[in-house]
Design a protein around this ligand. Structure first.
Ligand SMILES: *Cc1c(COP(=O)(O)O)cnc(C)c1O
Length: 397
């Protein structure tokens, strides 16, 4: 980490190839002989190098926009393995994904289904579809990342799914291929996933009774990781539980994001100032909510570890320089810390860089991938000139 800081400065995202590969292999091995497809959720971290690493292992991809489709194309070449989720796919996005001949559209509303059928018919093709059903189960996660309750905007209420499948069969331009669901993210217990899978299986049985035949069941992503003292189930325990519920004749699709890359990344930063006030001591760092928004957005906890320990141990709030009281990275931490020290925020590989912003005119940090003894720069630090490239002053006499 010290060598990375020396070479590329701080703040900087650092990823481990070995951890990403090991997580992918754990997923793959847990399926044993079951027919399966692992579609890494690109939105967790879409850096081309990470997609490349995963594609080389045979990984497929789950996308939520055409921007992500283009990332997969640029990194992996093959886009035919892609599943496409999202409640607001535009006609242009649907057309581009049809042209790319993706594996499956996970459709989230009747209007989307009709638009997709229309677009496909116009292009003279059949769109492979799964309805993304909302099974109405409580995932017991932060409300901002729960997606499987009827109060959420995601999916088609499972009670309506039968009717809409009949509709899909009747419409032109569609080919019913599967059923999909995804109930939320950072799930730390297996029960809601098992519950959702069982409800999906009951729907599949009902479809079979009407001779609506599907080939795959997509159970989504969402497995949590161990931030702080969270204790999510292990990958193989989770996959084996799903395999027990889904009938072996179906291909099982999973869409993990966080559980593949989350633990593989850290945000490296330097303490700029130690500031003692009557109530608290602040370790003001050169990373901020603009680089990692999870603490501010989800009250997320990330371990913060010293890379080079300087001062005496004290209780500090670890904050950034941004002009927002919500700009904190960790509060009430006992750290041996002095100004100039390097710190690492752990478990930042997922929903870290991808959610970075330029607020306060801060360039986004670089990303590096550590591969054994090699350190690869996989994204350059943004420059100040890039911050306003594409903006125009008013031209006047
Ligand atoms: C976000 C998302 C995922 C990945 O979720 P993780 O919690 O990162 O595993 C998978 N599928 C869909 C549809 C998603 O929106």
């Amino acid at each position: 980490m010290a060598a990375v800081a020396e070479a590329y400065g701080t703040p900087c995202y650092v990823y481990s190839r070995a951890i990403i590969e090991s997580n992918y292999r754990t997923y793959s091995a847990a399926f044993g002989h079951r027919r399966h497809r692992i579609c890494y959720a690109v939105k967790a971290n879409g850096n081309l190098a990470l997609l490349d690493v995963l594609a080389r292992l045979g990984c497929a991809f789950d996308i939520v926009s055409v921007g992500e489709l283009e990332r997969v194309r640029a990194a992996a070449g093959n886009v035919r393995t892609v599943t496409f989720a999202g409640v607001g796919k535009t006609r242009v996005e649907l057309e581009q994904a049809l042209a790319a001949e993706i594996f499956c559209f996970n459709v989230e509303s009747i209007e989307e289904l009709e638009l997709l059928g229309e677009a496909a018919t116009a292009l003279g093709v059949d769109a492979p579809i799964a309805l993304r059903v909302n099974p109405d189960v409580d995932a017991n996660t932060h409300p901002y990342i729960a997606t499987g309750l009827y109060e959420n905007k995601f999916g088609i209420p499972i009670g309506d799914a039968m009717d809409i499948y009949r509709r899909a069969v009747a419409l032109s331009g569609l080919r019913v291929a599967g059923v999909a669901c995804h109930i939320g993210s950072q799930l730390t217990s297996i029960e809601p996933i098992v519950d959702a899978a069982e409800r999906v299986m009951r729907l599949v049985d009902a479809l079979n009774r009407e001779d609506i035949v599907i080939d795959h069941i997509d159970i989504g992503g969402g497995l949590g990781i161990a931030y702080g003292d969270a204790a999510p189930p292990a990958i193989d325990v989770y996959i084996k539980a799903i395999c027990r519920i889904i009938d072996p004749q179906y291909e099982i699709v999973v869409e993990p994001g966080r559980s593949v890359v989350g633990e593989a990344g850290a945000l490296l930063m330097r303490v700029q100032y130690l500031k003692k006030t009557p109530l608290k001591t602040f370790a003001i760092c050169d990373a901020a909510m603009t680089d990692l928004i999870r603490p501010a957005l989800y009250q997320a906890y990330h371990d913060i570890l010293p890379v080079t320990a300087g001062g005496e141990e004290q209780r500090v709030d670890v904050v950034g320089p941004v002009c927002e009281t919500g700009d904190f990275l960790g509060r009430g931490r006992d750290l041996a810390v002095a100004s100039g020290d390097l710190l690492a925020i752990m478990d930042c590989g997922a929903y870290g860089f991808v959610m970075a912003s330029n607020y306060n005119a801060r360039p986004r940090p670089p990303e590096v991938l550590v591969d054994g003894r090699d350190i690869h720069l996989i994204r350059e630090r943004e420059t100040l000139a890039q911050l306003y490239a594409g903006e125009y002053r008013l031209v006047s006499e």
